[in-house]
Write a protein that binds this ligand. Structure first.
Ligand code: ADP
Ligand code: MG
Ligand code: MG
Length: 213
């Protein structure tokens, strides 16, 4: 059984922030094709702010809920793009899911993953098939939960989540957008991956690496 501590969560936010810096240009290019080319900047700013804020928390007194809530507030303040409220809501839901726990086990982490993905869907009201980050998060959360229900440990649940998230992001290439900026493009969005789905895969890959290495 994995035990995820406040220190682990801090390290995770740093890992995601570093990954977003590496992926910034690619995410901006994807957004440039079907949006306004700022998605990489938004994700880098948001996770840099979140990582910085949580790194300042005292691990002897902070609990996982405080880590997620602090990250949510910083992300929202740092990001003006539509990904700001989507990820802030996801992080708040993660915080609510962790309520009362001083560390997190495999079941808790799968619950948090599920709550996080549902937060994005509740906030943005997008369904699968509408060419958004939901096309990566929703199948990833379902695969994560299904693996846990089969008795798989967290690392294997995240492997399943990553595979499903990647497949979901790939599938957005064949979709016409129904939500967000790119919905104005109609079938001109065909052939391009949704940038929000691409960055969702970056986040899931960070989780996966953290718990499999
Ligand atoms: P903006 O479009 O405001 O510049 P970003 O570029 O940061 O914001 O994010 C764009 C991404 O946000 C899209 O690629 C899509 O994945 C996601 N998105 C937009 N609207 C929604 C929504 N209603 N629900 C879920 N995701 C959405
Ligand atoms: Mg954009
Ligand atoms: Mg924008």
């Amino acid at each position: 059984m994995t035990t995820v501590t406040v220190e682990d969560l801090k390290a995770l936010f740093t890992r995601i922030a570093e990954a977003m810096t590496r992926e910034k240009d690619r995410l901006c290019e994807l957004d440039g094709l079907i949006g306004d080319a700022d998605h990489g900047i938004a994700m880098e700013l948001g996770f840099a702010a979140a990582a910085k804020a949580v790194s300042g928390l005292d691990a002897t007194t902070a609990d996982p809920t405080l880590v997620f809530n602090t990250a949510a507030k910083s992300f929202l303040n740092a990001v003006g793009a539509s990904s700001g409220p989507l990820y802030a809501t996801a992080l708040m839901r993660a915080g609510a899911s962790a309520k009362g726990k001083s560390s997190l086990n495999d079941d808790d982490m799968v619950e948090i993953f599920t709550a996080f993905a549902k937060g994005i869907q509740d906030r943005g009201k997008a369904e699968v098939g509408e060419k958004t980050m939901v096309d990566a998060w929703a199948p990833a959360a379902i695969a994560c939960r299904a693996a846990r229900d089969r008795g798989q440990p967290l690392a294997a649940c995240l492997t399943a989540a990553l595979e499903a998230g990647k497949a979901g992001a790939d599938a957005t290439k064949e979709m016409i957008a129904a939500k967000g900026r790119s919905s104005r493009l109609g079938d001109r969005a065909l052939g391009h991956m949704d940038p929000g789905a691409a960055s969702a895969v970056v986040i899931i890959a960070c989780l996966h690496i953290h718990f499999t290495s």
